[in-house]
Design a binder for this molecule. Structure first.
Ligand code: AP5
Ligand code: MG
Length: 193
């Protein structure tokens, strides 16, 4: 199995690169942000609760996202691997993911961290906000709040994987294709081990 955590701040390109990775390596894409937005558009209780956090640029409670991931892992128990996009975002989530994957037979293979400068992140998200309708992309203050939350609550996840020797950094600026090639190189090295 190939289990990849695709890591990086809001706007780093996690969703964009995930699409290429899952296609090339035949993996399942598990993006908690996408799952939460689906809950919101279906107006479920969970979605309505989550929306309050998302609109403020804050993280949704750990139990909510852990529950969603657990459900998907069960559902795709025959998958050849997963790309985790936007999860884990806290060390509690990271530890829980290790625990859940133990049951599914294969640990995280590597964590790929996309490195992009703050000004570029803000520009990308403001630009997407004009067309996407994503409520959390609409104002620069919400975008800045998301970046702060990333720095305080999510960055420790990087150390979690560094300690496991699974952390790999990728330069996340340039064309989508250039970045994808850098990612493939790291994945192929890991697979070859
Ligand atoms: P989530 O949906 O995960 O959003 P995010 O982390 O803020 O990241 P984005 O989806 O905005 O960015 P991305 O890295 O996927 O970049 P993308 O490829 O889209 O989470 C949203 C919210 O849900 C969170 O704030 C939180 O409230 C909640 N949530 C989700 N998961 C959670 C969890 N585990 N725990 C708790 N709460 C959780 O690219 C961005 C833009 O840039 C696009 O327009 C794209 O076209 C463009 N772009 C991509 N690559 C390039 C490039 N190379 N050059 C130029 N532009 C590019
Ligand atoms: Mg995304």
């Amino acid at each position: 199995m190939l289990n990849i955590v695709l890591f990086g701040p809001p706007g780093a390109g996690k969703g964009t690169q995930s699409q290429y990775i899952i296609e090339k390596y035949n993996l399942i894409h598990l993006a908690t942000g996408d799952m939460l937005r689906a809950e919101i558009s279906e107006k479920t209780q969970m979605g309505l609760e989550a929306k309050k956090f998302i609109d403020k640029g804050q993280l949704v409670p750990d139990e909510t996202v852990i529950g969603m991931i657990a459900h998907k892992l069960e559902k795709h128990s025959n998958a050849s691997g997963f790309v985790f996009d936007g999860f884990p975002r806290t060390t509690v989530q990271a530890a829980k993911l290790d625990e859940m994957l133990q049951k599914h037979g294969a640990p995280i293979s590597l964590m790929i961290s996309l490195e992009v400068g703050k000004d570029e992140l803000i520009a990308r998200l403001l630009n997407r906000g004009k067309i996407s309708g994503r409520t959390d992309d609409q104002s620069e203050s919400t975008i800045r709040r998301r970046l702060e939350v990333y720095n305080t609550e999510t960055l420790p996840v990087m150390d979690y994987y560094k300690k496991q020797g699974k952390y790999r950094e990728i330069y996340g600026m340039g064309t989508i294709e250039e970045i994808f090639q850098r990612i493939c190189k790291v994945i192929d090295e890991t697979k070859g081990k």
